[in-house]
Write a protein that binds this ligand. Structure first.
Ligand SMILES: [Zn+2]
Length: 403
């Protein structure tokens, strides 16, 4: 697409009789007109249980969105895996003018039967439903922004790849590879997780490592053979404290020992425990310290305090921290789009992970939180601010107009 010099605002092109009206104004009008249709689509999408791995529900929502995307002229491919189908839809496939990625997830954290118990409803300014903000509204925002710009004949001439995956809530085991494949040659990526504080834009998500530690000692009778015993629980407790103390709040390095288990008889403490295990997570902001932190964690295997105990640590960073500086250029484009609508977009860091981490790990400038404003995420009270559904649709349509 051509850009004019008028603060990125394009004139009518393709809009007969509306040449004077700026594109942001036209988009706003369309987005408002489509609010009802967006809510109807959301109502349908949240009526199905789509907990990660729920193939039946996944099939339904994938069917609905496939039809919509095909109506936009996209070629839709379904990448099927053990948790359901991932939608990979392409508009302007293989365009020589570049490529962008859009991503939202269709799975939720809710069990079968819950959608019927907590159906879609509108109360005042809010729309309720399970998974409505995380992340079905994200998919609806992305889709309607594309639809509006397509109708205005103002979609970028680039290849537009839309990925609606089915396994984000469990770490994207099957869709990770799709991101890797589609990240090749992509200029920008847009992730439609729900909007948050001040409707800002996420330019950086922290990294998250999930680990398990096991300790083997020597299990003996605590009275008769105490001295031969090697207490795995005590060894593990030492490691738990060391991990806890690795936390550096000022660096946003958080180490969380989340569960421990050891010994084998809580009713009669007769045995000296020979086995213990725990789970812990490591969250960090700065990509540059990840390797070092991983080394420090692994080094605990060799810091035995009870001779004869053996410590084994397994795990990895499932979310790689995003490099903020890679995403600032794209954030500027979003800010400019916001300005055209008269809104300021703050920059946000969050310690939680999403598919933005996966996509950004392949070097694609990525921004996140482009979905609708959320309340009660992952609870049965989940809802969105309806006005933000419209505002975010407008925002992304305006972003598309600047690419
Ligand atoms: Zn999500």
């Amino acid at each position: 697409m051509n850009k004019d010099e008028n603060n990125g605002i394009k004139e009518g092109n393709g809009m007969e009789g509306k040449g004077k009206e700026n594109i942001a104004g036209i988009i706003e009008k369309r987005a408002k007109e489509y609010q009802k249709a967006q809510l109807d689509l959301l109502k349908e999408l949240v009526s199905y249980d789509t907990g990660s791995g729920n193939k039946e529900g996944n099939d339904k929502v994938v069917g609905i969105l496939t039809k919509e995307l095909e109506a936009l002229g996209a070629s839709v491919k379904l990448v099927k895996g053990e948790y359901g189908s991932n939608i990979v839809a392409k508009i302007n496939e293989n365009s020589p003018k570049g490529k962008i990625l859009l991503s939202a997830h269709l799975d939720t954290v809710f069990k079968p039967g819950e959608a019927a118990k907590h159906p879609f409803k509108i109360e005042g300014e809010y729309a309720y439903g399970l998974g409505i903000s995380d992340d079905k509204a994200g998919a609806v925002v992305a889709y309607y922004a594309l639809k509006i710009m397509n109708e205005l004949n103002k979609l970028p001439a680039k290849e537009i790849v839309v990925i609606f995956n089915c396994d984000e809530e469990i770490g994207s085991p099957t869709s990770k590879d799709i991101f890797k494949e589609e990240a090749k040659n992509a200029e920008y990526a847009f992730v439609f997780e729900p909007a948050r504080e001040n409707n800002g834009i996420i330019t950086q998500r922290g990294g998250i490592g999930y680990y398990t530690m096991e300790v083997w000692g020597n299990e003996v009778h605590a009275g008769m053979r105490f001295q031969e015993g090697r207490n795995a629980v005590v060894e593990l407790a030492d490691k738990a404290l060391k991990l806890h103390n690795m936390t550096k709040l000022e660096d946003k390095l958080f180490v969380n020992v989340s569960s421990i288990d050891g010994g084998n008889d809580f009713s009669v403490p007769v045995m000296l425990p020979g086995y213990a295990k725990m789970k812990f997570s490591v969250r960090l902001k700065d990509p540059d310290i990840m390797e070092q932190v991983m080394k420090e964690v692994k080094a605990l295997e060799n810091q035995i305090i009870i001779d004869g105990c053996k410590v084994k640590i397994q795990g990895e960073f499932v979310y790689v921290p995003m490099k903020r500086e890679n995403n600032l250029g794209l954030y500027e484009i979003a800010k400019k789009a916001g300005k055209n609508m008269g809104i300021e977009l703050d920059e946000i860091y969050t310690a939680s992970g999403s598919d933005a981490n996966h996509i950004a790990s392949h070097g694609v400038p990525t921004i996140d939180a482009l979905g609708a404003y959320y309340y009660g995420i992952h609870t049965k009270e989940e809802h969105i601010l309806i006005a933000s559904l419209t505002e975010r649709t407008q925002l992304f349509a305006n972003i598309l107009g600047l690419l």
